[in-house]
Ligand binder design. Structure first.
Ligand SMILES: [Zn+2]
Length: 278
């Protein structure tokens, strides 16, 4: 019985060897190929994912995340916004004044916006530089294009015009709802203003008010660096002043608005919808 058991075993080995020789080899190797494939695919996917993350700069990622309703992507050092192309990084080293006057998308993130800053450092103006081409692509290239997207927002008894793009009007309404629970603050919000297509005073760049996503609250309780420091220029040391309660600022920031009071060149009435910086 033992011998008869050995013989069939040897016969099976011989048959298998013959099958391999006459063309079963591809079938025999196929399973090992299949086994390798699942291991290889995740590796490649992971590598591609890492490469994509590495090649999309932090600022571009922040913009894409901050404006989910906007058709926006990053390709080869460019932001593509609703089909319009805006260069991301012009590669130029810039002085402080050039960061304001010739600001590309990358430059907008050069100074981090810190919600705990109450005495901004010398020349720390996070968000004061804006890439005009980027905001024009989002909100409109001229006054009439921006105006097409302005809608009424109720604001402490006023009706203000604010852009509906990126849901900025909804965020301003949410700010008003929260601030209303503090009637003692209402004096800060009277006589507010929003849309006005214009250049920054004394400069050749557009004010953020041009895009319809910026509000100035009551000037009567506000401070502006040039009014408080007459005769001083952009690079001079200046004194800081603010009369706006920081609790008010916190409500705006919670809804995506940066505050001009966190700038060395302070503008404490000024709140601007810039969720990419928060
Ligand atoms: Zn303003």
């Amino acid at each position: 019985m033992r011998r008869s058991g050995v013989f069939p075993f040897c016969l099976i080995q011989v048959v298998c060897a013959v099958m391999l020789l006459v063309g079963c080899k591809p079938e025999a190797t196929q399973p090992s190929s299949d086994q390798q494939t699942p291991a290889a695919v995740p590796d490649q996917t992971e590598a591609k994912g890492d490469m994509a993350a590495d090649t999309v700069p932090e600022g571009a990622r922040r913009l894409i995340a901050a404006y989910p309703d906007m058709d926006m992507r990053y390709v080869d050092n460019q932001m593509v916004i609703a089909g319009e192309t805006v260069p991301y990084d012009d590669g130029k080293p810039k002085s402080f004044v050039e960061l304001l006057d010739d600001c590309d998308v990358e430059d907008m993130f050069a100074m981090p916006y810190d919600t705990s800053v109450t005495r901004p450092d010398y020349l720390s103006d996070p968000g004061r530089g804006r890439c005009e081409a980027l905001y024009k692509a989002m909100y409109g290239h001229n006054a009439s294009e921006v105006a097409k997207n302005l809608v009424d927002v109720r604001w402490f008894g006023q009706t203000l015009q604010f852009t509906r793009i990126n849901g900025a009007n909804k965020q301003l309404e949410a700010v008003e709802r929260e601030l209303k629970s503090h009637p003692e603050w209402s004096k800060y919000f009277a006589k507010s203003s929003t849309f006005y297509w214009r250049k920054v005073r004394g400069a050749n760049r557009l004010s953020a008010h041009s895009y319809g996503m910026t509000i100035d609250i009551n000037v009567a309780n506000s401070d502006y660096w040039q009014w408080a420091n007459p005769g001083k220029g952009e690079l001079d040391k200046i004194g800081y002043k603010n009369r706006i309660p920081l609790e008010i600022v916190g409500v705006f920031e919670k809804h995506g608005f940066i505050w001009g009071g966190r700038w060395y060149h302070f503008d404490t009435m000024h709140f601007e919808y810039r969720p990419e910086l928060l």
